[in-house]
Design a binder for this molecule. Structure first.
Ligand code: ADP
Ligand code: MG
Ligand code: ZN
Length: 603
């Protein structure tokens, strides 16, 4: 007995069915020991008494003769001609025969056309989803990952990627591992299975993945999350299986899945159909990532610009548990990227990369590559023999207009506000002893919504937080708004996220942690309202009086106001540091801990 193949997919069934039908058609029409003869000849044989036996089916007559026909066969078939006509024709010694009225041809057509149509439509559909004509038919379950042999095809290395030094540093380890997997295995060390490159479009994620392959000289299997999303249930999953099977065959190697979000969207997130298929595909990916042996040197790199919509299961240990941020470059980064893209161009001596970088805050690597090309186009069009600074400024203006529409670029006034805002957070944090140290302050827009950011590194994992710590945190959160207040003109919407976070802390202190003296050590609110982490699943009645509700509101407001006042006091005392810090930030766009101006401590 044949063992049934694992997961015989519906498409495979369709192929079998189609083949069966075609086979039956060919059997049916197969001429065995029969020769087609004209009806007149049949009449002659009949008159000569040579016909042994006949089978009549409508107008078709099949039979055998007593003696073989010229070809050596005794079987014959012919089609009857109406009797009177036949008589008349015989008299004149005319050779006559007939063709079937609806005929075997029609019957054949009836048999062949439907399966052909069926196969045709199906091929069309599979082609629509990316496969070639011939490839689409029999390799619908195959992954479309192209095997690019690194030795011959990938010429990209880390020198071709600039402005993302942190990401490069993290990926160096992967390159080392892929070059010498045995050495790592010797001490039992293993390398992360999956690394997720996170960042806005055009920052060089795909480029980095290729550079890792180029640097380590291993095969690079590149695919796109969208290619796994198919109409037929099971196809995506079998593509994933296929991809990993191929990769296992050529380890050490890299699998690169671009736009992972197309495939790894949180389950149940899309209200439309296709859920089963996506879920199967995602499950297959998870299974493959868990499944392979630690010692097999396969690294799965994936890229996304929307990590927040990924299924949490994808980010768990052993899967894409390491995330590498590929951010928009700062000014120095942009100079380095320009150096790469201007290398091949003929530049006039007035072109200064520092000046171009200063003109292009918020540009990604792809924007800069585009800029270099635009400038070259402008110079060519005006008939110049080198690309001048004016060409670059012209190109910048053009591109900026497009980017401003997509609101990816800040106008100068906004940049100043953002610089003060972020510096405000940083300085308040520096002035309060025991705050988490500042790691980086930046006014490069990150993701959606945030115009700048201040990154603090928590000194250690915390389970308990003291009252003072919470108050300090609130003051740091208010630092942005406080700095804007000091700037004098106006206050902006930029603080909305900070305010929301600070309000959460204040409400927690008052309602849950019993930290407000006025309201006493009472848990006015508990977190029972959450069912399995889903807010709003249970409705919970308020458990305090209107009077208390009023007091709670006042207490929360007072805490927030106190935090803001404290931040303002700190910044006022450090006004000079705020101004120099903001100016430096405007100039360099991102500052590390070592660039921070000195502040006077506050208690
Ligand atoms: P992503 O995958 O993040 O959307 P890509 O890697 O496809 O971005 O980048 C597109 C192009 O932009 C690259 O081929 C390269 O020419 C240019 N580019 C992007 N980022 C960089 C960078 N950091 N350094 C040099 N060139 C870059
Ligand atoms: Mg890409
Ligand atoms: Zn802020």
């Amino acid at each position: 007995m044949a063992t049934p193949k694992r997961n015989l997919s519906p498409t495979l069934w369709m192929v079998l069915f189609g083949l069966l039908m075609m086979l039956s058609v060919s059997l049916f029409s197969a001429g065995d020991e029969v020769v087609a003869i004209p009806y007149s000849q049949f009449q002659t044989y009949l008159d000569a008494g040579k016909v042994k036996q006949v089978v009549v089916n409508g107008e078709t007559i099949r039979g055998t003769l007593n003696e073989p026909l010229p070809g050596g066969k005794t079987g014959f078939s012919t089609i009857a001609v109406p009797r009177e006509l036949a008589g008349a024709l015989s008299k004149q010694n005319v050779e006559y025969s007939a063709t079937p009225s609806s005929g075997t041809f029609g019957t054949l057509l009836g048999w062949i056309v439907p399966p052909l149509l069926f196969v045709g439509v199906w091929m069309f559909m599979s082609r629509g989803s990316g496969g070639g004509m011939a490839g689409g038919l029999f390799s619908i379950g195959r992954s479309k990952a192209k095997l690019v042999s690194a030795e011959t095809n990938i010429k990209v290395d880390f020198d071709d990627v600039a402005g993302v030094d942190e990401a490069k540093a993290e990926l160096h380890e992967i390159v080392d591992f892929l070059k010498r997997p045995d050495e790592y295995g010797r001490l039992g060390a293993h390398i992360p299975r999956g690394i997720l490159l996170v960042g806005p479009p055009g920052t060089g994620k795909t480029l980095l993945a290729r550079a890792v392959a180029g640097e380590s000289g291993v095969p690079f299997f590149s695919t796109n999350g969208a290619e796994f999303v198919e109409m037929f249930v099971g196809v995506g999953a079998s593509r994933v299986r296929d991809l990993f099977e191929k990769a296992r065959g050529s380890a050490p190697c890299i699998i690169f899945i671009d736009e992972l979000d197309a495939l790894g969207r949180a389950r149940g997130a899309s209200p439309m159909g296709g859920q089963d298929e996506k879920e199967q595909t995602l499950n297959q990916l998870l299974a493959e990532m868990d499944g392979f042996d630690r010692s097999v040197a396969i690294v799965v790199l994936a890229a996304t610009n929307r990590p927040e919509i990924l299924d949490p299961a994808l980010l768990r240990a052993g899967r894409f548990d390491r995330q590498v941020l590929v951010d928009r470059p700062d000014k120095i980064g942009r100079v380095q990227i320009l150096a790469i893209h201007l290398k091949k161009l003929t530049l006039s001596p007035d072109v200064k990369m520092e000046d171009i970088a200063a003109l292009t805050p918020g540009f990604t690597g792809a924007d800069l590559a585009n800029l270099a090309n635009e400038a070259a186009v402008l110079a060519t069009r005006r008939g110049g023999d080198a690309i001048g600074m004016a060409d670059f400024t012209g190109a910048v203006e053009r591109i900026v207009a497009g980017l401003e529409k997509k609101s990816r670029i800040l106008i100068p006034r906004e940049r100043r506000i953002v610089a003060y805002h972020e510096m405000g957070h940083a300085l308040v944090s520096l002035a309060i002893p025991g705050s988490d140290p500042i790691q980086k302050v930046s006014i490069i827009p990150r993701g959606i919504g945030a115009l700048g950011y201040t990154m603090q590194r928590p000194t250690d994992d915390r389970f308990l937080m003291g009252k003072h710590e919470l108050e300090n945190k609130m003051a740091v959160l208010m630092g942005g708004r406080a700095a804007e207040t000091l700037l004098g003109d106006d206050i902006s919407t930029g603080a909305s996220d900070d305010l929301a976070k600070a309000t959460d802390i204040a409400r927690g202190m008052v309602l849950r942690f019993g930290m407000d003296d006025g309201l006493g050590p009472v848990a006015w609110d508990t977190e029972q309202g959450q069912f399995l982490g889903q807010p709003g699943a249970f409705w919970q009645p308020r458990r305090f009086s209107d009077q208390t509700a009023h007091e709670i509101d006042q207490a929360v407001r007072a805490r927030l106001a106190a935090a803001l006042a404290r931040a303002i006091t700190i910044l006022t005392a450090n006004r000079a540091a705020l101004d120099t810090g903001a100016a430096l930030l405007l100039e360099r766009e991102s500052l590390g801990a070592e660039d921070m101006p000195a502040v006077t401590m506050s208690v």
